[in-house]
Design a protein around this ligand. Structure first.
Ligand code: CO
Length: 214
């Protein structure tokens, strides 16, 4: 049997098991979604959003790309953030990176990987800006782990600096941005404790004093 058939068979079993547990589940979900969370994570197959935090379909809106980057000129990611904040009115945006991220490694290994180098460029800048601290770490693994954490922290700021998020805050919307990191070694998530929940948490230079009016 072709391997893909296994996936389709798995799908039938999965849908069946959910329906057994909750006969109205799919009917309810097909009518609307109202997730409270937006997850921005890495595309890495070992970091599946729903499974890690034990949430069912309908409970978390998800955007994933290589190295969980939030780039303001990326219409894909910014559209996801806009839809989540303005329409779904999520209360939490979680940027979740992971140790052992191939994207983070590729950004600083001084070899050419093609198109992806452009995507990962901001991580190289992050490394360069923190070179002094990075170089004081004694092992390659420690340096890599630290850069993975710095990358998450920067992306949390990038989300918070966006006009969409600042506009939501100006309208009194309850919205917090969180930075988490996942360990492939034990499956556990570590909260980096860098929550941002209002413009007061931002450096003055990044505050938008006159958010775009509708
Ligand atoms: Co990754």
């Amino acid at each position: 049997m072709h391997k893909l058939q296994t996936l389709l068979d798995n799908n039938i079993k999965w849908a069946d098991s959910i329906t057994q547990e909750d006969p109205e589940f799919f009917k309810r979900l097909s009518e609307a979604q109202s997730p409270e969370y937006l997850w921005i994570g890495c595309s890495d197959s070992r970091v599946p959003a729903n499974e890690i935090v034990g949430l069912l379909p309908g409970e978390i809106f998800v955007h994933r790309n290589i190295a969980n980057l939030v780039v303001h000129t990326d219409f894909n990611c910014m559209s996801v953030i806009e839809f989540s904040v303005k329409v779904l009115k999520v209360k939490h945006i979680i940027v979740c990176g992971h140790y052992g991220c191939g994207g983070v490694k590729a950004a600083v290994d001084n070899t050419s990987h093609g198109l992806i180098d452009n995507w990962l460029y901001s991580i190289k800048n992050l490394y360069y800006r923190n070179k002094y601290r990075m170089d004081s770490l004694t092992t390659e693994e420690a340096r890599h782990n630290y850069l993975c954490e710095l990358n998450v922290i920067q992306q949390v700021k990038n989300v918070a600096h966006s006009h969409v998020v600042q506009d939501a805050w100006s309208k009194g919307q309850d919205l917090t941005i969180h930075g988490w990191i996942y360990s492939l070694k034990d499956g556990l998530v570590n909260d980096l404790g860098v929550d941002i929940h209002s413009p007061e948490d931002l450096a003055d230079e990044y505050r938008v004093t006159n958010p775009v009016q509708e």
